[in-house]
Ligand binder design. Sequence first.
Ligand code: KG4
Ligand code: ZN
Length: 339
Amino acid sequence: MNASGSLVLGIESSCDETAAAVVRDARHVESNVVASQIAVHAAYGGVVPELASRHHVQNIVPVVERALAEAGIDDPRALSGVAVTRGPGLVGALLVGVQFAKALAYVHELPLIGVNHLEGHLVAPRVGAEPPPSRHVALLVSGGHTALIGVEGFGDYRPLGTTRDDAAGEAFDKVAKLLGLGYPGGPIIERTAAGGDPDAVALPRALPRRKELDFSFSGLKTAVANHVRRSGVPEGQALADLCASFQQAVVDVLVRKSEEALRQRRARALVASGGVLANKAVRAAMSAMCEARDAALYVPPIKLCTDNGAMIAAAGALRLARGETSGLDLNAVARLPLC
Ligand code: KG4
Ligand code: ZN
């Protein structure tokens, strides 16, 4: 069985993006609609769960309708199935997508496929591109997760390392907040770091032992906080230097641990995905490391790094091809491990 000939709608509402997409053959994007709530949460400096749920409720119908319309689908019965993120994420936010997907699947008698959000990120690089070899190492770095995973094939995952405290994206968000830069921190720090000197401020790289594949970012965040306590919140060039130094510290750790995972697994391919891979410094450094090791790198285009429905549709199509569907008792799960 394979996913060719399938036309799957993917719905994502785990955090602050209401997203829907239609993907053909687990690969070709027919539509990809994302309604971001950044403006809603920016005033609070982070995602407010109750507000996220309410905005998902407002957005879900127009977002799905647009995804179907842009894919040229008049009758949802043309779909092969409805895939939806069932976790991990904010439970109230997840429930909006799950309930809507269930209703749609029930009314149109379509298969329902509950998808793990992290598996969505893992398959994002194959959307619109050549899939990676089935055996590879995956680095997943988002606002909620930082993990290295040994992938033996679709659905066959071995945990290699994870963060002991903050996720990498969370570190970007927290550092941006303590520098008074706003939310979400990743893109703002990246912009502010442009023209900064990445060697200007000495910051720690945690867990330097070579064989160690876990991550830790809270010490780095504390080091930036201490720097600010000593010298105040910098401005102008000094602010650019601090942001560039912080970003470089994150880049160094992500690259070093990914390289070690490739080495330990004797793998020749790296999938790197999740919101933090939207960062150009991270992308460039990963690409240089893989080139030096003669390993192939699979990274999604920037708009498929952050949360979207296309990756959920693709993961759903691959599950559907294996005959794995969900019942109408599908529930949202806040904490849902991948492996
Ligand atoms: O994958 P994602 O959209 O949502 C989660 O599943 O968490 O990732 C969002 C995270 C946020 O922490 C955000 O600050 C970070 O990804 N991020 C970035 C960039 N764009 C988004 N981090 C660094 N540089 C960026 N350009
Ligand atoms: Zn995500």
